[in-house]
Design a protein around this ligand. Structure first.
Ligand SMILES: O=C(O)CCC(=O)C(=O)O
Length: 222
């Protein structure tokens, strides 16, 4: 079922917008504090649910340096495919994407000039030593990728040094500091650009959130 986004209640309509590459937009401070707190509430409820965070183990046996939790569909770290069940973890069904979070993703996509109907959400939790190597998001359906439907990424908690490169792994990367409340959207001709997290800047998140580390939410259309 395709659910479209209709409301635009929580987000300010005039925001800074930094174009990093064609189709790649950094929206600093995009989420007001109240929206971040609502999102955190949803993340904590998911974390406390039956199908909470786990450490993905890749097909080469390496443990990822993040903890993950998938909604809508589960990303299987062994097969690099999406499944309705957490096949490589515990066999439980992936929980649905909370509506509050789905709305945020639609609104962030719109703010960057795109349209998104998210049916997958990957929540990553990074501790102080967390990181993610350069990679492409290319496990979604080929026609979705080809049409340039964007990935929407939202950050909450500690800042992170995000690397954004090009379609080829050896292309030069730009380093962008993503702060709590930032959105980063990449679609169109940037949809398959390499990206990753070089490091976390520990202790930089808003104190009042009581978050250790950083949450990152990436929304995708499968
Ligand atoms: O944590 C981030 O900002 C990036 C996450 C990411 O690249 C991914 O989930 O594919």
């Amino acid at each position: 079922m395709v659910v479209r986004c209709y409301t635009r209640t929580m987000i300010r309509m005039t925001q800074p917008r930094v174009v990093i590459a064609e189709g790649a937009v950094h929206l600093p401070s995009w989420m007001p504090v109240e929206a971040q707190q609502k999102a955190l509430h949803e993340i904590r409820a998911l974390a406390d649910g039956e199908a909470g965070f786990y450490t993905p183990i890749l097909r080469n046996g390496a443990r990822m340096r993040v903890r993950m939790l998938c909604c809508g569909r589960h990303w299987d770290a062994k097969t690099y495919r999406y499944d309705l069940l957490r096949t490589d973890v515990d066999g439980l069904p992936a929980p649905p994407i909370p509506e509050v979070l789905r709305q945020l993703a639609c609104e962030a996509a719109e703010s960057a000039g795109f349209s998104l109907e998210p049916d997958v959400l990957l929540v990553n939790w990074y501790g102080a030593e967390g990181r993610m190597g350069l990679h492409q998001d290319k496990d979604e359906r080929p026609e979705i990728i080809a049409s340039g439907v964007p990935i929407v990424s939202l950050s909450i908690g500690d800042a992170a040094i995000f690397e954004f490169g090009g379609a080829r792994r050896k292309d030069p990367v730009q380093r962008i500091r993503l702060e709590s409340g930032d959105a980063f959207v990449f679609g169109g001709s940037s949809r398959l650009n390499h990206h990753g997290i070089a490091s976390i800047v520990a202790g930089t998140g808003p104190r009042e959130f009581g978050v250790a580390g950083r949450y990152n939410l990436t929304f995708r259309q499968y």
